[in-house]
Write a protein that binds this ligand. Structure first.
Ligand code: PLP
Ligand code: COI
Length: 344
């Protein structure tokens, strides 16, 4: 299936992966020294120029967000809880000494860029338009201190599944050799600096045939934290357990939504608490969640020389029921009792 996108290339929607496809436009706003955010609006998608002394490339003062615009069964284009991304952006801005982005400016920019690139939103069953808001210290510094000026930029790209296995499920390796984040660090916000450190452990796991690494807590290495860049869940009977937000785990918007939906509609008791590695060996099912990952079933987890296969290495039914519940809302295949969807 191919569609001609107005002034650009033809996109093969059947072969979308989680990778960059240039689109028509990107959004830019700037906050100059001591000033407030000023929208520059949409500009053609392309390279930007930066001072070599920009704080973001010297000291990592920056954060990103991840959101999706979905085409639905009703042929609408919808956003999922964009106000939550606006709020999380600002909690990150505070942590990283950057000026907060007014929520209205953030949301207007999101709507503007999706509308301008609407023909890049894949058909309902083929993927989504991924939105990547960035806030970063673009002004020059030499000493370690906040930048004098900032950029808020959003670019978009049509994407397919984050894990190439998609709904077929993934096999994970629990690591004790590397940590993603420690308590009181920056793991609880989407600081860009949190992600480069995961590339090496992730590549080691992939070289051994695993889809991704699972991090444990940096203090005791007894408790599960996150699956690369996604939150972690275990199902045991009618309990849905997920690691509590202790500052080192990203407060996922998908995680929060699953907890609410699973308690309200699926009768689960939600336990946000420390989840010990040992618990996987007693669990019924496990999955991870995120904007990119949506709900991805976990087939197996390996810890040292022990491997746990959930449901005999098959995708679990309870996980799929939760996936269908969430995806049904996102794709307007069912009612949205929580008012999570914004139709553009
Ligand atoms: N954990 C990490 C480290 C992430 O980068 C993400 C992605 O945003 C998530 C979890 C999932 O968060 P969300 O559901 O808001 O996309
Ligand atoms: C997301 O789920 O949107 C993320 O930010 C994960 C990512 C690092 C691709």
């Amino acid at each position: 299936m191919e569609t001609d996108v107005k002034d650009t290339v033809a996109i093969n929607w059947d072969e979308l992966t989680f990778s960059i496809t240039p689109t028509r436009s990107m959004y830019i706003a700037e906050c100059l020294e001591g000033g407030t955010w000023e929208s520059k609006g949409l500009v053609p998608y392309g390279d930007i120029t930066l001072s070599p002394a920009a704080c973001v490339i010297n000291y990592g003062q920056g954060l990103f967000e991840g959101m999706k615009a979905y085409r639905t069964a009703k042929d609408n284009v919808v956003l999922f809880r964009p106000d939550e991304n606006a709020r999380r952006t600002n909690s990150g801005c505070r942590r990283l000494c950057m000026p907060e982005v007014p929520e209205d400016l953030f949301l207007d920019a999101i709507r503007m860029i999706v509308r301008d690139n609407i023909d890049y939103v894949p058909p309902a069953d083929k993927g989504a338009l991924y939105l990547r808001p960035l806030v970063f210290g673009s002004g020059p510094v030499l000493g370690v201190k906040p930048a004098p000026s900032y950029t808020f930029l959003i670019y978009v790209s049509p994407v397919g599944p984050y894990f190439k296995e998609g709904l077929a499920g993934i096999n994970l390796l629990i690591t004790e050799d590397f940590h993603r984040a420690a308590q009181y660090g920056t793991g609880g916000v989407k600081a860009i600096g949190n992600y480069a450190g995961g590339m090496y452990p992730g590549s080691l796991a992939k070289a051994e045939g695993y889809s991704e690494i699972v991090y444990t807590d940096a203090r005791e290495q007894r408790y599960l934290e996150e699956v690369g860049a996604a939150n972690f869940f275990l199902i045991k009977g009618d309990v849905l357990a997920t690691p509590e937000l202790d500052g080192s785990i990203l407060p996922g918007i998908t995680r929060k939504s699953i907890c609410e939906m699973a308690a309200t509609e699926f009768g689960y008791t939600i336990e946000e608490r420390q989840v010990a590695i040992e618990e996987i060996f007693e669990a019924d099912e496990a999955f991870c969640s995120g904007t990119a990952a949506v709900i991805t079933p976990i087939l197996s987890m390996t810890h040292r020389d022990r491997k746990m296969e959930f449901c005999g290495g098959e995708v679990g039914e309870k996980t799929m029921a939760l996936y269908n519940g969430l995806n049904g809302i996102i794709r307007e295949e069912r009612e949205d009792p929580y008012s999570w969807i914004e139709v553009l």
